[in-house]
Write a protein that binds this ligand. Structure first.
Ligand SMILES: Cc1cc2nc3c(=O)[nH]c(=O)nc-3n(C[C@H](O)[C@H](O)[C@H](O)COP(=O)(O)OP(=O)(O)OC[C@H]3O[C@@H](n4cnc5c(N)ncnc54)[C@H](O)[C@@H]3O)c2cc1C
Length: 457
């Protein structure tokens, strides 16, 4: 197999030595690792097509991988040890920037931030901005249908994918979508692959929609003594027909950790911080910022910081962007989760996480995309303590059930991967899983693509 692989992609693009392949044995999900047999860095779609046709014939498990920042174990190698990691980090070229049609065509290994910076030069804007955008790839973003801090106003990755080139498990190459704003010819198969976690096909090119860059923006940080007031501020802002681009939340534990880590000057005697940002025309931004400030004050906001310029904006936004790193400093292991509920149920969900942590004797920090109803409860633990990890598992079961009961989802953006396989049937129902199995069986009958992820085949 290794000879054949080297034949297809070139020996210099195949890693097999233990110390070389070790970094590909885990992703961003804690307490999970598996060694692959080899790691391959394809350079072209043709190489991928040839390799998958061969892997399909020989039944070799293949795990697609962007930069391994996933938080659900999606790019973890297979446990049998005979799998190949297909890593796209070297396929990162910008192939076409079409300023007339407002589209950009890229290879899957392009990093999200790299894409944003490239298009910004022309006054255009690619809105999806996962917290991991410095490292995550467009292929990974599409496979996870990633969201970001601007999701409330601009939506998630799916809203910007106009077309994709996909290599199927058989090696067949298909192109789905085009530059047309409207197209209803046949099923929207493109959408089947978005968010499919590398289980149905491999994305080798992406045609993405761009929008004109907003003329101006304003960032504000609102500090609350009481979490219910912060939640009420969010619902009042939306009810007043303002859709800010960002409405992010940090709880007390996260605020303390962020302050110790980044020294932003956050007060430690408060229960919640909201990071709010509005963008658009200069007059619209002024009007919305004023209205949002007034709503926060009506809801007993204790302190309001308004950035005067880009540098100050960056500093305020830093409070949210460093949240995970700040929590990660506190304990050997951070188990970050991802639940979504209707916005009206946010306070109940936050209280459930806090009460559950207390019952299980665990330390938790909560932050997330409040405007989207998407929370990231983050347990601060030590994976070397099996008894503590059992309590974490039990806490998450309770949290996931509460999210389901509140009409929410067990993942808003991090996907199922390996980490949430067990809860998926409860979340979506056995009948839905059965349909997913039929789709998988049709597209990948030998189950070579990312086997064992999302559900068992
Ligand atoms: C600090 C931090 C902050 C984060 N913030 C956010 C956030 O705000 N929003 C959010 O949604 N996520 C967030 N994430 C999670 C993660 O960054 C995203 O899921 C991201 O899209 C993964 O990109 P990646 O290139 O690292 O993919 P990987 O982790 O390498 O892979 C993720 C999945 O995609 C599949 N895959 C990768 N490339 C391809 C391809 N070309 N074709 C088919 N399948 C492929 C893999 O098999 C795997 O199942 C965060 C993670 C970290 C560590």
């Amino acid at each position: 197999m290794l000879e054949k692989l080297k034949d297809i992609v070139g020996a210099e693009n195949v890693l097999t030595e233990l110390e070389d392949i070790f970094p590909y044995s885990f992703d961003g999900a804690p307490a999970m690792w598996q060694m692959p047999k080899a790691v391959v860095f394809p350079q072209t779609t043709e190489q991928i097509s040839k390799f998958l046709a061969y892997a399909n014939e020989k039944r070799i498990p293949v795990v697609p991988r962007g930069n391994g920042s996933g938080l659900s174990g999606g790019s973890l190698p297979v446990p049998t040890g005979d799998g190949v990691v297909l890593c796209f980090s070297q396929m990162d070229r910008l192939l076409e920037l079409d300023v007339q049609n407002l589209t950009v065509l890229v290879e899957p290994g392009m990093r999200t931030l790299q894409l944003c910076e490239n298009v910004e030069k022309t006054g255009l804007f690619y809105p999806p901005d996962p917290g991991s955008m410095k490292i995550s790839t467009i292929g990974g973003n599409i496979a996870e249908n990633s969201g970001g801090l601007r999701g409330l106003k601009y939506g998630v990755t799916r809203n910007y994918v106009m077309g994709i080139e996909v290599v199927l498990a058989s090696g067949k190459v298909i192109w789905l979508g085009n530059k047309c704003v409207k197209d209803v010819a046949g099923f929207s198969l493109k959408d089947l692959f978005i968010g499919s976690e590398g289980v149905l096909g491999v994305v080798t090119k992406a045609l993405l929609r761009l929008v004109p860059a907003p003329e101006s923006s304003k960032t504000m940080l609102a500090i609350f003594e009481n979490m219910d007031d912060a939640a009420k501020t969010v619902s009042d802002i939306i009810a007043s027909h303002i859709i800010p681009c960002t409405l992010e939340f940090l709880d007390k534990t996260t605020i303390e950790c962020v302050e110790n880590y980044a020294h932003i000057g956050l007060p430690l005697d408060c229960e919640a911080v909201l990071l709010m940002e509005t963008d658009g025309s200069i007059s619209q931004v002024e009007k919305e910022a004023e209205a949002m400030t007034a709503i926060a004050r009506q809801n007993r906001c204790k302190d309001m910081r308004i950035a005067a310029n880009k540098e100050e904006s960056f500093k305020l936004a830093e409070a949210r962007r460093v949240a995970l790193s700040a929590l990660a400093k506190v304990s050997p292991t951070t188990v970050l989760e991802d639940v979504t509920v209707p916005r009206s149920e946010l306070v109940k969900m936050v209280r459930c996480v806090q009460n559950t942590a207390q019952q299980e004797g665990l330390k938790v920090g909560i932050f997330g995309h409040f405007g989207d109803g998407n929370l990231h409860p983050t347990f601060l633990v030590d994976e070397k303590n099996p008894e503590e990890m059992k309590r974490v598992e039990s806490a998450f079961e309770k949290i996931f059930r509460e999210a389901i009961d509140l009409g929410g989802s067990v993942t808003g953006e991090h996907g199922i991967g390996l980490a949430k396989k067990k809860i998926l049937p409860e979340a979506v129902g056995e009948n839905t899983i059965e349909i997913m199995r039929i789709v998988k069986k049709t597209l990948d009958p030998n189950c070579i693509l990312n086997p064992g992820k999302v559900f068992d085949f």
